[in-house]
Design a protein around this ligand. Structure first.
Ligand code: CO8
Length: 278
């Protein structure tokens, strides 16, 4: 497994890559080097044929306390604009395998991991942290998770997709409250609002729950999983009629796979399917 200065990559299961943000003395605040490590590690896992799903998590204290404010503070408009600051953030949303985010502690909203089956352990995400988690496909939260978009308190607004992804996820009114007041919500409220799939209350913790979920996703036929993720994500970009057409075409195309023949034959023969991912 590759070594990264700000990220720990492990394989808790042969089919699952666990990406742990590791910049503890800054509560996993996302500076350029940290973000490059995160995106490289995720891309590597996405391209690894042995990996079926990914989990992204931080520490118990913080998933990620947002973008690195100290790195941002002296940036000028000209620098931000001409370098297209944060444009590479969308790399994560383009991953093809599912990403599960396991969030504990602070997660300031930066939700660009959207289209990835990333299991982010949501212990806490603030600002860019939340926006990172929002790019995951499935979000699990520890009871300690605190999520928010506090950028308004710094004289800016979310820049990693927070205003757009949150509005689609929890609606206009709640997103306005979070973005305009910077209020941090706890895990219970995030669950109630549908911002996370669920709060993991088991003693084994949110990361274990995320890994279990990732293993389950990784145990399915990979072609169908990729199609499922692509189809669900299309719902955020297309009109209903275009989305339904896209879904039906993808559905039709799966009849060209061995996994479709195997899955349906196994059902008829009352046995478990053996996927070949082809
Ligand atoms: N940037 C840089 N350093 C940070 C950040 C940050 N976002 N958050 C924490 N740190 C550092 C602190 O400066 C401190 O360092 P030091 O020990 O050298 O003084 C260390 O981490 C520990 O932090 P605290 O002492 O503050 O810990 P507390 O437990 O008292 O507080 C909080 C935890 C509440 C999370 C607090 O640290 C905090 O409010 N942090 C800032 C949160 C925030 O405003 N985030 C939004 C940032 S703006 C943003 O994300 C816009 C991004 C647009 C797109 C981003 C794509 C990447």
């Amino acid at each position: 497994l590759a070594y990264y200065e700000n990220v720990i990559v492990s394989k808790p299961d042969p089919a699952v890559a666990l990406i742990t943000l590791n910049r503890p003395n800054a509560l996993n605040a996302l500076n350029a080097a940290h973000f490059n490590d995160i995106s490289s590690a995720l891309r590597e896992a996405d391209q690894d044929p042995a990996t079926g799903a990914m989990v992204i998590t931080g520490s118990d204290k913080a998933f990620a306390a947002g973008a690195d404010i100290k790195e941002m503070k002296d940036k000028t408009f000209a620098e931000a604009y001409t370098s297209n600051y944060l444009a590479n953030w969308e790399v994560i949303a383009k991953l093809r395998k599912p990403v599960i985010a396991a969030v504990s502690g602070y997660a300031h909203c930066h939700t660009s991991l959207g289209n990835v089956a990333i299991y982010v352990t949501l212990v806490g995400k603030l600002g860019g942290g939340l926006e990172l988690a929002l790019q995951a496909d499935i979000l699990l939260a520890a009871p300690s998770a605190k999520l928010g978009q506090p950028e308004i308190n710094l004289g800016v607004i979310p820049g990693g997709g927070g205003t757009q992804r949150l509005a689609r996820l929890i609606g206009k009114s709640r997103t306005m409250e979070m973005v305009l007041t910077g209020r941090i919500i706890d895990a219970e409220e995030a669950e109630r609002w549908g911002l996370v799939n669920r709060v993991v209350r088991e003693d084994s913790g949110v990361v274990d729950a995320a890994i279990k979920l990732a293993k389950e996703v990784a145990s399915k036929g990979r072609v169908a999983v990729t199609a499922g993720k692509e189809a669900v994500n299309a719902a955020f970009e297309l009109s209903l009629s275009e989305g339904l057409r896209f879904e039906r075409r993808l559905f039709h195309s799966l009849f060209a796979t061995k996994d479709q023949k195997e899955g349906m034959t196994a059902f008829a023969e009352k046995r478990k399917p053996e996927w070949t991912h082809s």
